[in-house]
Design a protein around this ligand. Structure first.
Ligand SMILES: Cc1cc2nc3c(=O)[nH]c(=O)nc-3n(C[C@H](O)[C@H](O)[C@H](O)COP(=O)(O)OP(=O)(O)OC[C@H]3O[C@@H](n4cnc5c(N)ncnc54)[C@H](O)[C@@H]3O)c2cc1C
Length: 412
């Protein structure tokens, strides 16, 4: 690989970063993709790892394998700690690296909105480790409850509270209900399942705020049929590991709080010293560049295009990646850069077996067809044929046998 061609450093092997690297495969550049992990993670299915439906390795794929065929790209596993915009260096825990163009696709991290006690005692759902921790916690509570004689303690162990009524909270609540009522009920034949409670707490007055209102209502209705207690206007300011305190003053005795209430931009973008919007997202111009440093592009969850606040979803990151790759090509050829315009691809969320809600342009639907669409779209978006096959086999097995393949408590 020649070192005289421009060096493009891409930070983040998530949806945006990976797509950007792939889209630059014919460009006369040297690409270094950096990530703290050596895998690309399919975050939309994290909740299925948390609820024992899939194994961690089913939804993660080695970056080096993805890049094997790409001659102009290399991978570097390290943690980026800062960006020196003046000297054009990416600072990492293992040394600095210079760039000619930088694409920051670092995504987000769980946002506890500064609530230390919640951050300390709850489980998030953003990383693979989070999902494994959540699965361990859920299954461990059942093991403890099976031996617990004190009824109040047992009920607290069997009370599972999910905070956040967005897609992650909704999907987690539906999957947890099915894990408990369809699978664990058979594993613990001597347990009284009337002690089990699943609560989904949402701060606003409806679930899936990004969906049309009728679909929010359908979602709440389906969850309630699955014995999930859906509560609106419920804000959680404190959790000490045994009691969840709501802003209303109500206390809920519970050992498990799954936090699905927010994401904020990764902290490394703070080192850019540029304008940031709500949730710490870096403000970029329509061509996805920083106004002050046109050699730096920021995309995906970490970015907010000026005047176009878009949701933190994979299609935004993927579409922006294509535009950035094209803009780097245009920049190399001395052409005018093109602006990013988001093409709405709709929204989908599943609530469990045969149940999902979907919006596509002005159409909205729910039920079995929406569920099949959800399965299909998620399956084709998973990277790697082997992973696709594993996920499909797991889904088929769980569907036909009312089972969950990965009911393992694996210590950290
Ligand atoms: C539980 C969950 C469910 C979701 N479900 C859906 C869904 O159903 N549909 C949908 O469209 N979207 C969904 N999303 C959102 C979607 O995953 C994100 O919008 C998308 O991943 C954003 O892509 P990105 O490239 O910006 O960042 P990411 O895909 O998050 O990738 C960021 C990458 O950067 C790396 N990184 C970050 N900081 C550093 C650093 N300092 N040094 C080195 N590496 C670093 C990370 O390790 C990561 O690999 C979900 C998200 C979550 C958490």
């Amino acid at each position: 690989m020649s070192h005289t061609v421009p060096h493009v450093v891409v930070v983040g092997a998530g949806f945006g970063g990976l797509q950007a690297v792939r889209a630059m495969d014919t460009l006369p550049v040297r690409i270094t993709l950096i990530d703290r992990h050596n895998y690309h993670l399919f975050q939309p299915l994290l909740y299925q790892v948390a609820t024992a439906g899939l194994a961690a390795e089913d939804i993660a794929y080695p970056v080096r394998k993805i890049l094997r065929q790409q001659r102009n790209a290399d991978f570097y596993m390290t943690e980026v700690t800062g960006i020196n915009t003046k000297t054009r260096f990416v600072q990492t825990v293992t040394g600095d690296m210079s760039y000619d163009y930088l694409i920051l696709a670092v995504g987000g991290k769980t946002n506890f909105f500064g609530m230390e006690s919640v951050a300390q005692h709850s489980v998030g759902l953003k990383t693979l480790q989070d999902a494994i921790n959540a699965r361990n916690q859920i299954l461990r509570m059942f093991e403890l409850a099976a031996k617990e004689l004190d009824i109040a303690q047992r009920r607290a162990m069997l009370t599972f509270v999910i905070v956040g009524g967005g897609p992650t909270g909704v999907e987690s609540a539906g999957a947890l209900s099915e894990l408990i009522r369809l699978v664990l009920k058979k594993d613990y034949p001597h347990m009284d399942f009337r002690d089990v409670r699943i609560l989904l707490l949402e701060g606003c007055d409806r679930l899936l705020a990004g969906m049309p209102e009728p679909l929010s209502e359908v979602t709440a209705h389906i969850l309630m049929k699955k014995k999930v207690e859906v509560r609106f206007g419920s804000l959680v300011p404190d959790f000490n590991g045994e009691t969840i305190s709501l802003k209303s003053g109500e206390k809920i005795a519970a050992r498990t709080l799954i936090w699905a209430a927010g994401i904020q931009a990764e902290a490394v973008v703070n080192t850019l010293g540029v304008k940031q919007a709500w949730l710490g997202r870096v403000v970029v111009n329509s061509t996805l560049q920083l106004a002050e440093y046109p050699d730096i592009f920021v995309i995906g969850d970490a970015a907010e295009v000026e005047g176009q606040p878009l949701p933190m979803i994979a299609p935004v990151a993927i579409q922006q990646a294509a535009v950035v790759a094209d803009n780097i090509k245009r920049s190399l050829e001395g052409e005018k850069l093109q602006p990013f315009v988001y093409k709405d691809v709709g929204a989908l969320a599943t609530i469990g077996r045969n149940a999902a809600v979907a919006r596509w342009h002005r159409w909205q639907f729910h039920g079995f067809f929406a569920w099949i669409l959800w399965l299909f779209i998620h399956l084709i978006r998973i990277v790697g044929f082997r992973n696709r096959l594993l996920v499909l086999m797991n889904w088929a097995w769980d569907y036909w046998f009312y089972d969950r393949a990965v009911r393992l408590i694996i210590p950290k």
